[in-house]
Design a protein around this ligand. Structure first.
Ligand code: SF4
Ligand code: SF4
Length: 163
């Protein structure tokens, strides 16, 4: 996995133009079966990919924390929401709560998340490749393929299946 992660940014960069064109076309005319196809591609890829050998999302980029996330996680940690925010989060340029630092504080040496059961919604849904109306998140996916090897493979497979 180390080698895969090392090469991923360059591979994503090499595919960027092609992917951008693909997503722009997809957004204009999404196929009717896109939701079903994405679920299939996502499930197939994550049968092969073990996130515990990777954790690149947790190491290099952080999730947004919604108010609901803050409430749920602080309760789990037996902290007051305000204390949780002050200890772990900051407000970014878009006025969203994000981690103060990456790799994420909650990531263990074994790549396990210490707040897994209550982790932010954005973590649970990353890399969003099984979401409905996938054509709407082309720009986000263009960034995610440089972070997530599974997302990269899914997009490559999409291009084969939707030429
Ligand atoms: S979601 Fe992607 S980046 Fe995150 S651990 Fe799994 S394969 Fe790696
Ligand atoms: S909260 Fe857990 S899943 Fe989310 S970035 Fe941190 S370690 Fe990863």
């Amino acid at each position: 996995m180390d080698e895969v992660l090392k090469n991923l940014p360059k591979q994503a960069k090499d595919k960027h133009k092609e992917n951008k064109k693909f997503f722009s076309k997809l957004k204009k005319k999404p196929p009717k079966h896109l939701d079903v196809l994405m679920q299939e591609l996502h499930d197939n890829e994550f049968e092969r990919t073990d996130c515990l050998t990777c954790a690149n999302c947790c190491k290099t980029t952080g999730p947004l924390f919604t108010d609901k996330d803050v409430k749920r996680i602080s309760k789990f940690l037996k902290m007051k929401p305000q204390a949780f925010v002050e200890t772990y989060l900051r407000v970014d340029e878009e006025q969203d709560y994000v981690l103060q630092q990456v790799p994420c504080t909650f990531l263990g040496e074994d790549n396990k998340c210490s707040i897994y059961e209550v982790r932010p919604k954005a973590c649970a849904e990353f890399p969003h490749t099984d979401r409905r109306k996938f054509q709407q998140i082309g720009n986000l996916t263009l960034k995610n393929v440089a972070i997530c090897p599974a997302a990269f493979n899914i997009v490559e497979e999409m291009k084969k299946r939707l030429p």
